[in-house]
Design a protein around this ligand. Sequence first.
Ligand SMILES: Cc1cc2nc3c(=O)[nH]c(=O)nc-3n(C[C@H](O)[C@H](O)[C@H](O)COP(=O)(O)OP(=O)(O)OC[C@H]3O[C@@H](n4cnc5c(N)ncnc54)[C@H](O)[C@@H]3O)c2cc1C
Length: 285
Amino acid sequence: MDLVSVRTVRTPSHRDDLVFAPGDRPLGGGTWLFSEEQPGLTGLVDLTTLGWPDVERTPGTLTIAATCTIAALLRVQPDPDWVAWPLVDRCANALLASFKVWNAATVGGNVAVGLPAGAMTALLVTLDATAVVWTPDGGERRVPVDRLVLGVQTLDLRHGEVIRAFELPEEALRATTGFRRVSLSPHGRSGSLVTARWSAAGFVLVVTAATPRPVVFRWSSVPSAGEVDAALDAVLGADEDWYDDPHGSPRWRRAVSSVFAHELRDEAAEAAAAPGTPATTAGTR
Ligand SMILES: Cc1cc2nc3c(=O)[nH]c(=O)nc-3n(C[C@H](O)[C@H](O)[C@H](O)COP(=O)(O)OP(=O)(O)OC[C@H]3O[C@@H](n4cnc5c(N)ncnc54)[C@H](O)[C@@H]3O)c2cc1C
């Protein structure tokens, strides 16, 4: 769509050029920015001209640039022991998006839109990613992704701050993961997306799409079914804790998310009892 209020589009090549006037916003792939009216938007600062490498590997950490497209992320060759890597493909396919959107949409843009169905957010939270945020004074701060996305289109980001990258600990990439997703129609937006990660270090369960923000549960070992129920009730006990939009009612989202949480717990419990089971499991309804 034409953004008729936009007066300037800047293409920075260095961090020093990365300055935001009132009314300016960062531009990733533009797939969301150009898809609807943007009241008050007068300028765009294109992050893709900064030339950030899509991914960087340092000992113990995989860094994904905010400007890495979903398509580029899918082309990354994982290390042989990154058994969690199939989760990238599962989450990319969870987006209600064609390959054309994948080629333009950036990982950072998906997180920064802050939609409950942000599948890159689900991926990053499940893999314990930390966002590197560049601040306008030339500094940076680090925020776990589950604390960056605070609610529907609400982020812990001030005007002038940009997400530079996401840091993923390799330990998380070496863990087993599980994935469950449901939508009201075959190619509809996710109504619930529940993911899990488990290893000797513990069991992590992440609920997105069904809730206004990513919700993470952590246990030091595979929890019992009762512990899963108790945790869900404690944090997401009220209908208001679940997202309500045309893609699903809170009560339905709560019910399917609970089923998914139990399925993933059961898988982790079975794997703990019988080592050697598949490293990444999936289910889509
Ligand atoms: C066909 C289609 C299907 C879609 N399906 C889904 C879906 O199923 N689930 C879902 O969550 N979304 C969906 N979307 C919206 C989706 O989130 C975006 O299209 C995409 O992920 C945004 O990435 P982008 O790089 O294009 O962001 P842009 O459109 O460029 O930017 C999005 C927002 O993020 C800000 N931003 C971008 N990069 C940064 C950064 N590095 N730091 C700070 N702020 C930044 C921008 O200022 C803007 O406010 C869909 C969109 C389309 C067109």
